[in-house]
Design a protein around this ligand. Structure first.
Ligand SMILES: NC(=O)C1=CN([C@@H]2O[C@H](COP(=O)(O)OP(=O)(O)OC[C@H]3O[C@@H](n4cnc5c(N)ncnc54)[C@H](OP(=O)(O)O)[C@@H]3O)[C@@H](O)[C@H]2O)[C@@H](O)CC1
Ligand SMILES: [K+]
Length: 523
């Protein structure tokens, strides 16, 4: 697990470190040193003539930038400092850094940002250290600083952000005005939430988390409820597959999906479940889908029904479904391609009422689930209150907006905050976005894999199959299953992008690629 902090968390970390006796200046010096070392080793090497311009604000982020320029100067590099922050806002540490830099002979000037534009300085040839704002930034970059930032972004000079790119909100990744578009971000101690999600992530470039000597005791106090993980950690969370096992040990997965017009959804979900390691998949589908599914995936067991779409399911169908849900399944998927018919609604209702195993509710299943709750005695769905512990909802933004009775734009704008609020729900919500989030069980996970090639028909169906197979096979660490599934889905997309490019990814191949992910990270 890689923990993520918001701006308040970063400030608390600072306070906790100070309470333990760690002087702020020591942390600042180490922060600056980590940026200077990165620039020296990665960007400069022996190039002592290359111009390095640290653009600094009044706060401690600016102090870091000044110290970094001083360290590079002391090593013999060609660095200078331009302070664009207001004098009256200089922090004590920043004042000390200014004094020290001047005494060490660093070229340092305090300038009006707009004046810099008219001066046509050497930004184009330089390495720019962006130390205007860090986690103390709130709201929007405006006025002269906004104009200057736009000007800076026009140059293709290499830009290195100190802690976070200036103009990005460290807590939610929002850029309300402009922000510095960086190539690298050296962030301190713990990765920041604001650069784990878009659009902030786009401004950060490559992110390096530098150890600047925060005491372990202070780091341990950083809230562990918001996290991500990366490729180096997923082997640890992968389910075990003992040699002396049979197909029943790897879980029986029941997929209730598809309709007469759409049999692909159930196929993709089932294929992904098998590619993830699921032992046995039963598809509960309309009789009309039988022939196609038998040809597409003979490995699946089929249970079919012949009820018409305009009526609730017959007793025969209801009994078959009850048996499969209560006596057979270790994990259930319901919803993909199901359609919004009366028949589908009665299928969803039956599953919602009866299921006691973990159940992934997706796509049409979510719309019908909402209608079912609306028609129930509670009338209005309160996700936090009403979600059964074993339910995993997988909405995209529009579906989540419908579930929460909120405008879509509002949900999109505030998705990180909403995920944090939903973390107290007893089931789990997978919010499918450019950076998918998982909220539930007191935790909020932000996914770090995947690319825009996954925004394609059938991609969500594949995710349901991956999740169901992991649920059915993993008994050791159930709380990590959903984040792991989301990560695997994105990683399969990333590996497929290498082969096909992000335009050409199709869901069938994505499901197949999951096998490659499982192979690579379990052997
Ligand atoms: N955490 C740690 O342990 C360590 C932290 N360190 C470093 O400290 C950084 C945090 O420093 P910080 O708290 O001084 O805040 P910072 O980001 O410099 O900005 C504050 C200034 O911005 C201003 N301002 C805000 N919004 C604005 C707007 N929209 N438009 C215009 N102005 C705006 C604000 O003005 P005010 O709101 O006060 O009016 C104030 O002047 C952190 O990111 C890291 O780099 C390291 O040294 C190592 C240890
Ligand atoms: K910055």
């Amino acid at each position: 697990m890689i923990r993520l902090v918001d701006s308040e968390g970063a400030k608390k970390l600072d306070e906790d470190a100070r309470k333990l006796g760690m002087p702020g200046m020591v942390l600042m010096e180490r922060a600056a040193l980590s940026v200077a070392e990165f620039i020296r080793d990665k960007l400069l090497r022996d190039d002592v003539d290359k111009k390095i311009i640290a653009v600094c604000g009044s706060g401690n982020n600016g102090g870091d930038g000044i110290a970094c320029a001083r360290i590079l100067h002391e090593w013999g590099y060609n660095s200078e400092v331009i302070i664009v922050g207001k004098k009256e806002k200089f922090t004590n540490q920043t004042k000390l850094q200014i004094r020290l830099a001047k005494n060490c002979g660093v070229a340092l000037k305090i300038s009006n940002p707009v004046k810099l534009i008219t001066e046509k300085s050497e930004f184009n040839q330089a390495i720019v250290i962006d130390a205007v704002f860090g986690v103390g930034f709130k709201g929007k970059l405006e006025g002269d600083l906004a104009k200057f930032t736009e000007y800076l972004n026009m140059f293709d000079s290499v830009k290195v952000a100190v802690d976070i790119p200036s103009g990005v909100n460290g807590s939610n990744g929002r850029v309300e005005g402009v922000a510095v578009k960086c190539d690298y971000t050296i962030t301190f101690g713990v990765n920041k939430l604001g650069i784990a999600v878009y659009p902030g992530k786009d401004y950060a470039g490559e992110i390096i988390v530098a150890d600047i000597g925060f005491p372990k005791k202070a780091l341990d106090m950083v809230s562990p409820d918001t996290f991500t993980f990366d490729e180096s950690q997923i082997s640890y969370y992968m389910p075990e597959r003992r040699e002396y096992s049979n197909k029943g040990d790897f879980g029986k997965i029941l997929i209730i999906a598809g309709s007469e017009e759409m049999c692909g959804a159930s196929f993709l979900s089932a294929l992904a479940a098998y590619r993830t390691g699921g032992g046995l998949v039963r598809l509960f589908v309309p009789e009309a889908n039988r022939q196609s599914l038998q040809n597409l995936l003979p490995e699946a067991i089929l249970t079919t029904y012949e009820d018409s779409t305009d009526k609730v399911i017959s007793k025969v169908t209801a009994d078959k479904l009850e048996k499969a849900v209560k006596e057979w399944a270790a994990a259930i998927v319901i919803g993909p391609g199901l359609g919004l018919s009366k028949r589908s609604k009665s299928l969803v209702k039956k599953v919602v009422d009866l299921s006691e195993v973990r159940t992934v509710i997706d796509a049409d299943g979510l719309t019908l689930f909402r209608e079912i709750v609306e028609e129930s005695e509670d009338r209005r769905l309160d996700l936090v209150k009403d979600l059964k512990k074993n339910f995993i909802l997988t909405p995209h933004i529009k579906e989540l907006a419908d579930l929460l009775y909120m405008p879509k734009e509002e949900v999109k704008e505030n998705v990180v905050q909403i995920a944090k609020e939903l973390k107290s729900c007893s089931g789990e919500i997978v919010i499918k976005e450019a950076r998918t989030l998982v909220a539930g069980g007191g935790k909020c996970y932000i996914n770090n894999s995947g690319n825009s090639g996954l925004a394609k028909a059938g991609s969500g169906d594949v995710l349901t199959g991956i999740l169901a197979a992991l649920i059915a096979t993993e008994k050791q660490r159930p709380f990590m299953v959903t984040p792991l599934g989301v990560y695997i889905h994105g990683l399969a997309g990333d590996m497929l992008k290498e082969k096909k490019g992000k335009y050409g990814i199709i869901a069938r191949e994505l499901a197949d690629e999951v096998a490659e992910v499982m192979k690579r990270y379990t052997e």
